[in-house]
Design a protein around this ligand. Structure first.
Ligand SMILES: [Zn+2]
Length: 441
């Protein structure tokens, strides 16, 4: 007797090919069997998989669940979005605001096919963890740490010692909670707001607790020039000096990497995350083909909902076209990025980034049942001569029908089962106005 059976579906295999007429059988949070005998094994919950593709749940490997209620506010705002919007906004959030914001973010992510994410950190992260546990999602959650920077109010800035103490307190309360779905990480918000002492200690403490570090890296020119002026080094080399480059470091954006920076990140097996829409809108074109050639594990992130939405399907398309247009077309080289690279980033790359490549990212027996179904029988998808190309280019978040996380059905026929959608929208509509007023944005 299985917990869930998805019968007669197509599945995406780990090499990104496809197999038809399969039964995916789930038990005790795992993919227990994949069966093509048509024997109809018994299960408590049966999903008709005809016309559907079962694929790995997507991983949003860089997001800000506490910026959900900043939606629509930062487009075309340049320069200093950080000091003019993000800092006043975040410093005015109450724990309840963070809880509802994260709840809405989880609701949107589940409906967009995302099953796990890396939260890069704001202030009241216990409230965020509570929302994630209730939503049934999987997340690596960091608390924003900053101990310097003129534009940062005292409410967001504290001593290196206090920062470490607060993250460790969060770790003690939440690590492994939700049946193992929650991991608590350290965060280096960015090199301009963290002292060398804080960064060095984060590296040591993360190693001691065997947990991850989430950092913004080489996101914009000011950051590179700050490092060159203050430390006579580029940001990646500076982080190397601080002892934090390693396989447990996730760096977001990675737009302004020099050739030597890419080598350094590869040498230390750092997990690189691109946020295509945020990068193109504010920062530029990362050297994605070079990064891939170097064998670095690359994932994708939406960078929160302030600018756009939380669709990893949309990020794949943006990175595909942006990379082609910038690196390929001008020199008539169309081999700069392939659909399998993008699909790997959205699944395996994200799973590696949150340190769970061993148990997430593919539809295979023995892996965690973190999977989604996509309705293929639609005129914008079928028929096709190449399903992988079509998924990357044509499938959107709206085509996701069911979602299973850790073996539990969290969305069925596009109805999220763990979160009251109407209540969440109502509460957040009220809060978005109150916060904007308080923050003066
Ligand atoms: Zn970010």
């Amino acid at each position: 007797m299985y917990d869930i059976a998805i019968r007669n579906c197509m599945i995406m295999l780990p090499d990104f090919s496809f197999k038809e007429a399969q039964d995916v059988l789930i038990k005790d949070s795992l993919i227990a069997a994949i069966d093509d005998t048509g024997k109809d094994a018994e299960a408590a919950e049966v999903i008709d998989g005809r016309g559907k593709l079962v694929m790995p749940g997507l991983v949003d490997a860089h997001t800000h669940t506490c910026q959900q209620l900043l939606r629509g506010r930062v487009a075309n705002e340049y320069p200093m979005v950080w000091t003019r919007f993000l800092v006043p906004f975040e410093s005015n959030l109450s724990p309840e605001d963070c809880y509802w914001s994260a709840r809405l973010a989880c609701l949107e992510m589940i409906k967009s096919g995302t099953t796990a994410f890396a939260e890069s950190g704001s202030t009241h992260m216990g409230a965020v963890a509570d929302a994630v546990i209730e939503a049934g999602m999987r997340a690596a959650i960091a608390r924003s740490t900053m101990d310097m920077g003129g534009a940062i109010p005292d409410s967001m800035k504290m001593s290196a010692e206090k920062n470490i103490e607060m993250t460790e307190d969060l770790y003690d309360r939440y690590q492994g909670k939700g049946g193992g779905r929650i991991d608590i990480w350290f965060a280096i918000r960015q090199v301009m707001t963290c002292s060398p002492e804080l960064i060095r200690t984060i590296g040591e403490e993360a190693r001691r607790l065997k947990t991850g570090i989430h950092a913004h890296l080489c996101e914009h020119k000011d950051e590179v020039s700050f490092c060159l002026q203050n430390y006579k080094k580029r940001p990646a080399a500076f982080l190397d000096d601080m002892g934090v480059l390693g396989p447990n470091l996730l760096t977001a954006h990675n737009v302004l990497l020099a050739e030597r920076d890419i080598d350094l990140l590869a040498e230390h097996d750092v997990k690189v995350i691109h946020c295509p829409r945020a990068n193109y809108a504010n920062h530029g074109f990362p050297k994605t083909p070079r990064i891939l050639q170097n064998g670095i594990s690359v994932g994708l992130g939406c960078d929160g909902a302030a600018r756009s939405n939380l669709s990893i399907f949309a990020e794949m398309k943006q990175l595909n076209y942006g990379t082609m247009a910038y690196w390929g077309v001008p020199i008539f080289d169309l081999d700069v990025i392939f659909p399998r690279d993008l699909m790997r980033m959205a699944t395996v790359g994200g799973a590696n980034a949150i340190q769970h490549g061993d148990m997430l990212g593919t539809v295979e027996v023995g892996k965690k049942a973190d999977i989604i179904t996509v309705n293929l029988d639609q005129p914008h998808i079928m028929p096709t001569n190449n399903l992988l190309n079509t998924i990357v280019d044509c499938v959107t978040e709206h085509d996701v029908i069911d979602s299973v996380i850790d073996g539990r059905l969290v969305m069925r026929d596009r109805k999220v089962l763990t979160i009251d959608e109407q209540e969440t929208l109502r509460e957040c509509s009220k809060r978005i106005k109150e916060i904007a007023k308080r923050a003066g944005i």
